[in-house]
Design a protein around this ligand. Structure first.
Ligand SMILES: [Cu+2]
Length: 262
């Protein structure tokens, strides 16, 4: 009897924590404002960064590249499969090394393979962008990349301030996507770049339910960034593809921005 009750409570707690926390495709590198030529390392991990929950297996991405000025550099050949350790489980993830030499904006983009989410019987594909700058010279962070769906930053994404705001415009096939729900999280744990692992704990208790913004008629949203950290925005189902292998596909747009104290 006691055991049954505990099991039921445990299942309920899992269901609640699962509902409050969103999937986020990470494209993470620790230093986004570079001064010198740097051999940087980027991790591609699919997880739940605010709750620091379970991590999910990634298949080889469909696309991975970096945009530098008008040059698009394919990074697929640089991808290496790794095993990423979350606090509860381990999952297949990817990493890549990339040498940043010239001053300017480096926009990294990953189009993951659709991920099958058993719990919802749907596929999820989170098309994700993150930004690195060298030398303080802006060279096109505000430009869209022409992805099926993407979030175009309206503030410099590698230099947002805690207590300030971040705005983005969600595009689907290049056109503003209105009325899209965007979930907002931050990386709420340590990241061990050498050990390919999240920390065992969270920095703060995660909010009770998802933080959400809805895009307006121009596809735009604004969010006040309360704390320094790495913040992610996942605008759900904003992409044109709605089906994969006969099942529903949520083709989402994700962007990562770095907020610091002023
Ligand atoms: Cu999940």
């Amino acid at each position: 009897m006691k055991k049954t009750l505990l099991t039921t409570l445990g299942a309920a707690a899992l269901a609640v924590s699962g509902a409050a926390n969103a999937h986020f495709q990470l494209a993470y590198t620790p230093d986004v404002l570079l001064e010198k030529p740097t051999e940087m390392n980027m991790k591609l991990v699919f997880g739940h960064p605010m709750e620091n929950g379970h991590v999910m297996d990634m298949d080889k991405p469909e696309q991975f590249f970096v945009q530098f000025k008008d040059k698009r550099i394919d990074l697929m050949s640089k991808l290496k499969q790794i095993s990423w350790e979350g606090p509860e489980n381990t999952a297949k993830a990817y990493q890549a090394d990339y040498k940043v030499k010239r001053n300017g904006d480096y926009v990294f983009a990953v189009v993951p393979a659709p991920y099958y989410e058993k719990g919802e019987d749907i596929y999820i594909q989170q098309i994700t962008k993150s930004y690195v700058n060298k030398g303080g010279l802006p060279t096109g962070w505000e430009q869209p990349l022409g992805l099926p769906t993407e979030i175009v930053p309206l503030n410099k994404p590698y230099q947002v301030f805690a207590g300030g705001t971040f705005s983005g415009q969600v595009l689907s096939e290049g056109k503003p996507a209105a009325g899209v729900e965007c979930e907002i999280e931050y990386i709420n744990t340590d990241i061990d770049m050498k050990g390919n692992a999240f920390g065992k704990t969270t920095h703060r208790e995660a909010p009770e339910t998802a933080i959400v913004a809805i895009t307006d008629q121009d596809g735009e949203f604004t969010f006040g960034i309360p704390k320094a950290g790495v913040w992610g925005f996942a605008c759900l189902g904003s992409g044109p593809a709605t089906e994969h292998k006969g099942k529903e596909l949520s083709q989402d747009a994700v962007i990562w921005v770095n907020a610091t104290e002023l």
